[in-house]
Design a protein around this ligand. Structure first.
Ligand SMILES: Nc1nc2c(ncn2[C@@H]2O[C@H](COP(=O)(O)OP(=O)(O)OP(=O)(O)O)[C@@H](O)[C@H]2O)c(=O)[nH]1
Length: 355
């Protein structure tokens, strides 16, 4: 029952990523700010001033990253100079032999900010290159004790890499499950109300940019209470799932289907005008009408009423389109149900009254 368009991100991961980046930028800025004080105290004014500037830039980036459009660019603008700096301080002429521990930050930061695949491809080559440079700079160990020291450092780095890789793998998998659940109606598998509404708003922005029409349709199964009352709630659940399957069979990959609540569904038909939508929805209506649900040896007849609104003809905002489609759906119900309504009544209509 999966439909490609129902698999878009809700932005959950994006928000989490931005707040993590903000934290990392700010923490790095404050750390560098602290070191700038030490540099001032040591009389290294040029270095100290550069560190103050870097600190200010990172603190500003920590605030600005929430609005950043090209997030990837911000990540690489942070990671590449940071990694170059970490490699430098580990290998600079007067570095202590223990300064290499800063290299362990590389996989942590790369995985945190880039995720598993790109984190791996950025950090592993860099760590290997740093290892080679380190042993060009320092002679190879020549005693058992020195080999043990080197072994500790390498094995510790390797374990950090393996653990961060496994951690990120599990985190991403858990996040995907949570995101999927937030986007999906658990009974029917179509988009949840919240996700569908998000898709409508996104589609309206795209339609505004490309200036191509779009149709929002609302569909309500007729006399659904009677299905529950006569055949039981379980039959009602099967009917909801069945109707969704029928709809998804016919909808195009660019269309979206969401459950707005109870037995009401939303259909989003991108790049479609009212005339083509009417033909499509009419075929969906006829399909539901012609194919009763088979449930425990019984045939349960089903039908549905549709109301549709076209962007920009019937409104430019999501609320206007919902209101218009809802009025037409209500009109279809009052005209006898099992129909598609694409036009408003000649006179102004009252908003639909909830029973
Ligand atoms: N089985 C089942 N029933 C549900 C679910 N959600 C809502 N309903 C039922 O759907 C029915 C909706 O009834 P009404 O709002 O009166 O609408 P209707 O009987 O379809 O009548 P019209 O819409 O006017 O054609 C109620 O009986 C709800 O209990 C669900 O998830 N499963």
């Amino acid at each position: 029952m999966s439909h490609p368009e129902l698999r878009q991100t809700t932005g959950l991961e994006d928000t989490a990523r931005r707040s993590l980046m903000s934290l990392i930028f700010s923490a790095t800025g404050l750390t560098i700010g602290f070191f700038s004080l030490l540099q001032f105290a040591a009389g290294n004014y040029l270095f100290a001033s550069l560190e103050v500037l870097t600190c200010a830039a990172l603190l500003a980036a920590g605030r600005g990253v929430y609005r950043a459009r090209r997030l990837e660019l911000w990540i690489y603008l942070y990671l590449l100079p940071t990694f170059a700096f970490l490699v430098y301080i580990s290998l600079m002429p007067d570095a202590s032999a223990a300064a290499f521990v800063w290299l362990y930050m590389i996989p942590l930061l790369a995985y945190l900010m880039l995720g598993q695949r790109r984190g791996f491809w950025l950090s592993v080559p860099l760590l290997l290159a740093s290892l080679v440079l380190y042993y060009l700079r320092y002679p190879l160990p020549d005693s058992a004790a020195e080999w043990i020291d080197a072994g500790n450092a390498i094995i510790c780095g390797l374990l950090i890499l393996v653990f961060v890789h496994l951690y990120e793998y599990r985190r991403a998998a858990a996040f995907a499950v949570v995101e999927q659940q937030a986007q999906t109606d658990p009974l029917t598998g179509v988009a949840s109300r919240r996700h569908f509404q998000l898709e409508v708003r996104r589609a309206l922005q795209e339609a505004g940019r490309s200036d191509s029409p779009l149709v929002l349709a609302l569909m309500d199964i007729d006399h659904f209470k009677a299905v529950n009352d006569r055949h039981g709630h379980d039959a009602g659940d099967h009917a909801l799932q069945y109707v969704c399957r029928l709809l998804l069979q016919r909808l195009r990959s660019t269309d979206s289907l969401g459950r707005l609540g109870g037995e009401e569904f939303g259909l989003l038909l991108r790049s479609t005008d009212a005339a083509s939508a009417l033909a499509l929805l009419e075929s969906l209506r006829a399909l539901i009408d012609a194919q009763p649900l088979r449930y425990k040896g019984e045939q349960i007849p089903l039908s549905a009423t549709f109301g549709l609104a076209e962007w920009p003809r019937d409104g430019r905002g999501a609320d206007d389109l919902y209101r218009c489609a809802d009025q037409r759906l209500y009109r279809g119900k009052s005209q006898g149900r099992n129909r598609v309504v694409a036009e408003s009544a000649p006179h102004a209509e009252q908003p639909r009254q909830e029973s």
